[in-house]
Design a protein around this ligand. Structure first.
Ligand code: AMP
Ligand code: MG
Length: 412
């Protein structure tokens, strides 16, 4: 691993990401979880359907099932019985007859078409059609037309969404093979940090990064080992790293990777393993550290709260997803009309915080959250997207089209 601090210039984000994706190991251990517990887990194997969905030919309407060719010789079709959902008609449909059928109920052997109730009239002799049925097969849902037995429904690496849990249930799958949860140890560094609930002394601030990162890790489905906040003390930090490395697949810290701190943490990290301190060509979030400890990998996030969140989302999260064996997310940048001017100096890729909406013409519009300082965490909370401005870009005028990256809300 080369040390980028000695290289001139800054490292482009994509280069950092490529390094993380090639240099982090993929967890291969798997386990089986019960269907209700599989949400957000990563599939360890392909899922192949053990059944046809639907499992039987069934009616898409409340009405009457009949044999289409019978219409050539019969005006009236006497009723031979009924088929209800869960209570199929027993036997074959007699020639020249029909049966009453409800939505989802089995089509009996011999029948091939359903006419909806509203297009019929019931007489003493049987059912008369008041509207000519279109063609053979109308209103019949065929067995396997949604999913055929033996076909691949999900690929290994798929992250199970809420609606996927329903689909798996519809296949009758009760136990799901998933990769084991990734274990991520977390601590923050800084003598100025206090815990929420404590009172602040002169020059002190609350430790917000650890809570934000823990919340994002929870969304990723990681098992979190929270080692708390650690003093700016060499032996305390060394102990924290050793403990984290003993327990976790990945270690994440915030603070202590900027130029002023780097030497101190760098010594410890290079004593235990190998770490590179990067200066990324992004704003916010320039300092970032990536390393290999004896048993784990290390992501060092910058201390500034917005920088910590941005680098977690743009670098640590994709690397962790890779380690979890999860499929790559599709790129999701969308164009939007920027309604407020944006200040930007050419040089670094910027992730400004924006509020995206659609106007009455249905166009995507974005406005800035205001001041973009890397300590202004409120900008992250106000925003629902990043306005992604390429390195070469300068100031943006109101009315220009920009690219936005929506924040994930994995409700589904
Ligand atoms: P550092 O990278 O340690 O020099 O920190 C850069 C800035 O981020 C300083 O203003 C720190 O006080 C702040 N900071 C560091 N760690 C945290 C944290 N866990 N929560 C909130 N702010 C932090
Ligand atoms: Mg610090």
């Amino acid at each position: 691993m080369t040390d980028c601090c000695s290289a001139p210039g800054l490292m482009p984000l994509h280069e950092g990401l490529t390094r993380l994706l090639t240099e982090t190991p993929v967890i291969t251990d798997s386990e089986t979880v019960a269907l209700p517990d599989c949400l957000d887990r990563v599939l360890a194997n392909d899922v192949v359907s053990p059944v046809n969905v639907p499992s039987h030919d069934n009616s898409a309407m409340d009405g009457y099932a009949f044999r289409f060719s019978d219409l050539e010789h019969h005006e009236v079709l006497p009723l031979a019985g009924q088929s209800l959902a869960g209570h199929p008609y027993q036997g074959d449909l007699p020639a020249g007859h029909c049966i009453r059928i409800m939505t989802g109920a089995s089509i009996p052997e011999g029948a091939d078409t359903v006419i909806m109730q509203e297009q019929t009239e019931k007489t003493e002799q049987g059912i008369i059609f008041t509207k000519k049925p279109g063609s053979k097969g109308n209103n019949v849902r065929l067995a396997g037309e949604d999913i055929t037995r033996g076909c691949q429904v999900f690929q290994k690496g798929h992250v199970i969404k809420a609606q996927d849990v329903g689909l798996l249930a519809s296949l009758g799958v009760a136990n799901i093979p998933v990769t084991r949860r990734i274990k991520v140890a977390l601590f923050s560094t800084g003598d100025e940090l206090k815990l929420p609930g404590e009172s602040l002394g002169q020059g002190e601030i609350y430790d917000s990064n650890r809570f934000a990162v823990a919340a994002m890790l929870k969304r990723l489905g990681a098992e979190i080992i929270d080692l708390g906040k650690i003093r700016d003390d060499k032996s305390a930090i060394r102990e924290a790293f050793l403990e984290a490395d003993r327990q976790a697949d990945a270690v994440i810290t915030s603070g202590g990777v900027s130029v002023g701190d780097a030497d101190f943490v760098k010594d410890i990290l290079n004593e235990i393993g190998h770490t590179s301190f990067w200066k990324l060509a992004i704003k916010p979030g320039k300092p970032f550290a990536f390393g290999k400890l004896p048993n784990s990998v290390f992501f060092g996030l910058p201390g500034n709260p917005v920088s910590a969140t941005v680098t977690f989302q743009q670098l640590a999260a994709p690397a962790l997803r890779h380690m979890m064996g999860a499929e790559r997310l599709p790129a999701s940048e969308l164009p939007a009309i920027c309604r407020t001017p944006l200040k930007k100096q050419p040089g670094r890729l910027e992730f400004q915080r924006g509020i995206l909406s659609t106007n009455e013409k249905g166009e995507a519009e974005v406005v800035t959250t205001g001041s973009q300082g890397s300590g202004i965490l409120r900008s992250m909370s106000m925003a629902n997207c990043y306005i992604v401005l390429p390195a070469s870009q300068g100031n943006v005028d109101a009315g220009e089209v920009v690219k936005v990256q929506m924040f994930d809300k994995p409700l589904m």
